[in-house]
Design a protein around this ligand. Structure first.
Ligand code: TMP
Length: 222
């Protein structure tokens, strides 16, 4: 469960032997929240105990951090932004995720460290390895068993967000080249860790996507 520090390689991290940790990743408007809710519903129907959570904002401290990173008016220096997400992560993993896994529960989480590598690393153009190491240090080396990446062209995602008719937050309001870098970074992360990632085309039918997620989760649980 622990890594020695920022320089530890992910391949050396011990796997979780209790509980099951599943994260959803993807660009803004990719449909993660819908798929996380459908998976939760299915797992509960199977009699499983599920904790559904998110980053940033899965804890009381996290809600405060979420408000800063998403709604602060004016600039936040890229490294400060990276540290805020890492701080949220550190508190969330230590106080909510790890205890739930230790109880043998299933944690379904909207976003984790891959978001930081994609958004702060590629989007803000910070060093991706440093961002990943910072997150691994913050989370004591913890990695999920399965990460579902809902891949979508940022232009298509933008149409969905426009249709929602909600004001854009700081990250959603970034330019299209930012979101293109985020998408490319996600795909590179998935290619580098094919055993952890399930990559799905987010423009597919919601029910079809949910079935594909269920199939993979069932295989992991079997
Ligand atoms: P969401 O919870 O509605 O997906 O919004 C969270 C936003 O924060 C989203 O635009 C992605 C961004 N984000 C980062 O930039 N870095 C991170 O580490 C995380 C978890 C989210």
């Amino acid at each position: 469960m622990t890594a020695d520090g920022p320089a530890s390689a992910p391949a050396e991290l011990p796997a979780h032997d209790q509980g099951l940790w599943i994260t959803f990743e993807g660009g803004d408007g990719s449909g993660k929240t819908t798929q996380a809710a459908l998976l939760e519903e299915w797992l509960r129907g199977q009699g499983r105990t599920v904790v559904r959570t998110r980053e940033p904002g899965g804890t009381e401290v996290g809600v405060l951090i979420r408000d800063i990173v998403l709604h602060h008016r004016g600039d936040i220096a890229p490294r400060a932004e990276a540290l805020l997400y890492a701080a949220d992560r550190a508190h969330h993993v230590a106080t909510l995720v790890q205890p739930a896994l230790a109880r043998g529960e299933i944690v379904i989480q909207d976003r984790y460290l891959d978001s930081s590598v994609a958004y702060q690393g590629a989007g803000r153009v910070l060093d991706a390895d440093e961002i990943r190491d910072l997150s691994l240090w913050a989370a004591d080396g913890a990695l999920p068993r399965l990460t579902v990446l809902l891949d979508i062209d940022p232009a298509a995602a933008r149409h969905r967000l426009d249709a929602d008719d909600k004001p854009f937050d700081r990250l959603e309001a970034e330019r299209s080249d930012f979101h293109a870098r985020v998408r490319a970074a996600y795909l590179a992360l998935a290619a580098a860790e094919p055993e952890r990632f399930l990559v799905l085309d987010a423009t597919r039918d919601v029910g079809e996507l949910a079935a594909a997620v269920r199939d993979r989760v069932a295989a992991v649980l079997a």
